[in-house]
Design a protein. Structure first.
Ligand SMILES: C[S@@+](CC[C@H](N)C(=O)[O-])C[C@H]1O[C@@H](n2cnc3c(N)ncnc32)[C@H](O)[C@@H]1O
Length: 719
């Protein structure tokens, strides 16, 4: 109910909030004396840039009031960078010397890969200090938007000027709106000051039979409801002094929950769950942020373009944009556009893809390397797959799988449009991996989830998620994560990594899934994601305790970074999966479940006989090719491995009954069809049995695995 009314109040999204991720510049001047709130909106357009090329400067005047989105979360100490952390990269330093308000001078070229090392050395840290941001903003008043290297270029200047002009108008508008909002806030605060110092009267005196206060504010004025929300939060912030006598915190929390449901239109169940994630004030910021759309972001497809060129082309078409942040060298944030972004010539030519900023993060964490073999388990519609392919520079081989045939069509479309040539699309339930194929260098599991991180995009999540969903989804996610782990080659020379991500913020879908994986697979450990911002995953919350390494996982919220809510965890596989492990598809081995996140040294314990590493044929190693994917031949290896396994268990293979599951699964695999194979010349090959070797050959450059001696892309033994 609140949704409609609330959303009407929204204006264009503010820029992505980098206040949590911008570190001090090496040569930054002392912080200017500026009001703390001063940000981009306070910057005036550089006078020199008044000249425009006309085409791009028609600033839209339809901006509505901007909802303030990013109240900073309390006191999370993020790493701050020292001067020594700063990259010596000459280009970057040049760019930094010319940092400006829109940051356009930081636009990189496509040749700048998103190498994580580079990113780490890039200009981001986790300072909470708002002045850090202002420093940059002040400096930007220097002229010279594209001045990191060749700002004498007239055309560039014109383009830049056009963009600046548009952006400046927008920023002016935003400032006006902010001022109006500040005034409104002041008035609201004044209203509250009437009761400041007193204990706000929040709770009703009447109680229902269970002792809960009876309130009927749902039907009342939204303004009153909001006032009570902020009063309740104030009380919860300082319960000792502001709580009414004889009232408990729980009563105030119950009131807050009820009001949140009424005001924002959430089901009681979901609001309760989300409220549990944060202190009251932060929860309020989270719910507020969900009422505002996130910025539109595009990712430059470095297979076909360079960010700087792309930015210039789009500016020419009347698009107002700026780099998404220094943490990404391929993202552009769009402020306004005179043209539909999904239909520009650049879009159609595959120079970019519309992609939420937070969707970059799992792929950056995955950090795929050239010539590797990578599995994207739940890939449609392909935002991340195509990013992976671009980082791999179209080398190696990506298997992009999705269980939904319909969604896979979009995936294929994106693969073709973006010129991806190293990718094979397949249509399995990911639970069937690694039986379908294993031995990957890296696996991305961007899991199906409840979408509680993207409520701003899909408000139906507020009401349509039930308790059952939060049992079923985590169950599926847990099975999928095991399949992801088992599909990775722990002995990979370059990788051995698994990234798990969701666009949800609930504990059930994130930390609990990761903990489950740690419990069931002692052969993995959590490692740093390499992402330069993000809040640490919970190690304890609401009575649940997780492995200490859970702090290596990363959480993203709309109210902290102005990105979609997201979760990213990165695992390193350090040994083969134990023989007694429960499999992803629910098939139990001789499972003796592990008690908690046992670590690497446990990996070599007894019983670990099933190695998911690629099957190697020492004698007939066809290392110059994709790997001799021959069903009959594979079956021999599978049978042999099964016999060996039985012998290790002390069972006579001849006497023992056949592993029915393995056999039937193997047969099933053989009959399994895969839709589309490689995207080669823009032609999707229709239904075809998986013949990875063939596909790689068609591909023409699926040589990533070729260079891996001894690597066979055979079916994995099912256990
Ligand atoms: C969050 S979306 C993936 C988005 C995608 N990674 C991207 O960046 O474009 C989750 C996907 O999981 C797929 N999915 C759901 N259950 C699956 C399963 N058992 N196996 C494989 N894919 C599954 C859904 O069809 C959906 O496309």
């Amino acid at each position: 109910m609140g949704k409609g009314r609330r959303m009407k109040k929204q204006g264009p999204p503010p820029p992505l909030d980098e206040s949590k991720v911008t570190r001090k510049r090496k040569d930054a001047p002392p912080a200017p004396e500026a009001p703390v709130k001063k940000r981009k909106t306070d910057i005036k357009a550089p006078k020199k840039l008044a000249k425009t090329n006309g085409a791009a400067v028609v600033a839209k005047t339809k901006a509505k009031p901007v909802k303030k989105v990013a109240p900073q979360p309390p006191s999370d100490d993020e790493d701050s960078f020292s001067d020594d952390d700063i990259s010596d990269d000459a280009d970057l330093d040049d760019a930094l010397d010319n940092v400006n308000v829109t940051g356009l001078d930081a636009l990189g070229s496509a040749s700048e890969s998103e190498d994580l090392d580079e990113l780490n050395a890039d200009d981001f840290g986790g300072s909470d200090d708002a002045d850090d941001v202002m420093d940059s903003d002040e400096e930007v008043q220097k002229v010279g938007m594209w001045s990191d290297d060749e700002d004498e270029d007239d055309i560039e200047e014109k383009l830049t000027a056009a963009n600046i002009e548009g952006l400046s108008r927008k920023l002016d508008m935003e400032r006006a709106i902010e001022e109006a909002e500040a005034q409104a806030e002041l008035e609201e605060a004044q209203m509250q000051t009437n009761i400041a110092g007193e204990r706000p009267k929040v709770l009703e005196d009447d109680e229902d039979e269970e002792g809960r206060p009876i309130t009927n504010l749902e039907t009342q004025d939204l303004g009153l409801l909001r006032t009570r929300l902020s009063d309740t939060i104030r009380v919860l912030d300082d319960f000792k002094n502001l709580g009414e006598e004889g009232r408990s915190r729980a009563e105030y929390r119950a009131q807050l929950l009820k009001d949140i449901c009424s005001y924002y239109g959430y089901s009681h169940f979901l609001a309760d769950k989300l409220l549990d994630l944060f202190p009251a004030r932060e929860a309020f910021a989270f719910f507020e942020a969900n009422e505002t759309p996130r910025p539109i972001v595009i990712r430059t497809n470095t297979l076909r373009s360079h960010r700087r060129e792309l930015a210039q082309s789009l500016i020419n078409r009347g698009v107002q944009l700026e780099p998404v942040g220094k943490w990404s060298k391929v993202g552009l944030q769009i402020f306004d556009s005179q043209v539909p972004l999904g239909a520009t010539p650049e879009y159609l030519a595959g120079h970019y893809i519309l992609q939420a900023a937070s969707s970059f993060l799992p792929v950056m964490a995955l950090a795929p390397q050239e010539h590797e073999r990578v599995l994207d388990m739940a890939a449609a519609p392909g935002g991340k797959t195509t990013h992976i392919a671009a980082l791999m520079k179209n080398t190696g081989c990506v298997f992009a799988n999705d269980a939904s045939k319909d969604r896979a069509k979009g995936l294929i479309g994106n693969i073709h449009r973006l010129g991806v040539k190293n990718t094979i699309v397949c249509n399995y339930s990911a639970l069937e991996f690694p039986k379908v194929m294993g031995g990957f260098d890296r696996v991305l599991l961007d899991a199906p989830c409840s979408g509680t991180g993207v409520i701003a995009k899909d408000a139906s999540v507020k009401t349509n998620k039930t308790e059952q969903d939060f049992m079923k989804l985590p169950h599926l996610q847990k099975q999928l994560i095991l399949a992801a782990i088992d599909s990775v080659d722990h002995a990979s020379k370059t990788g051995g990594y698994i990234v798990y991500s969701t666009c949800s913020v609930t504990i059930e879908e994130n930390e609990q899934v990761v903990q489950y994986a740690l419990n069931k697979r002692p052969n993995v450990k959590l490692v740093e994601t390499g992402l330069v911002f993000g809040k640490e995953g919970f190690t304890r919350i609401g009575g649940k305790i997780f492995h200490p390494s859970m702090k290596l996982t990363r959480r993203y919220y709309p109210h902290t970074y102005n990105v979609d809510g997201f979760f990213v965890a990165k695992f390193k596989k350090i040994g083969p999966t134990p023989a007694n492990a429960v499999l992803a598809n629910g098939v139990a081995g001789n499972n003796k479940s592990q008690s908690n996140g046992a670590k690497s040294n446990n990996a070599q314990q007894e019983g670990e006989v099933i190695d998911k590493a690629p099957i190697v044929d020492d004698e007939n190693d066809d290392s110059s090719d994709f790997g001799g994917f021959d069903d009959e031949e594979d079956q021999k290896y599978i049978d042999r491995a099964e016999r060996a396994q039985l012998r290790r268990k002390g069972v006579n293979p001849k006497a023992a009954p056949t592993n029915g599951h393995a056999k039937s699964a193997s047969k099933k695999d053989q009959s399994k069809e895969v839709k589309d194979t490689t995207a080669t010349d823009g032609v999707a090959v229709g239904k075809e049995k998986v013949k990875a070797k063939k596909s790689a050959k068609q591909n023409g450059d699926g040589g990533g695995t070729e260079s891996k001696p001894g690597k066979k892309s055979g079916k994995r033994k099912s256990t």
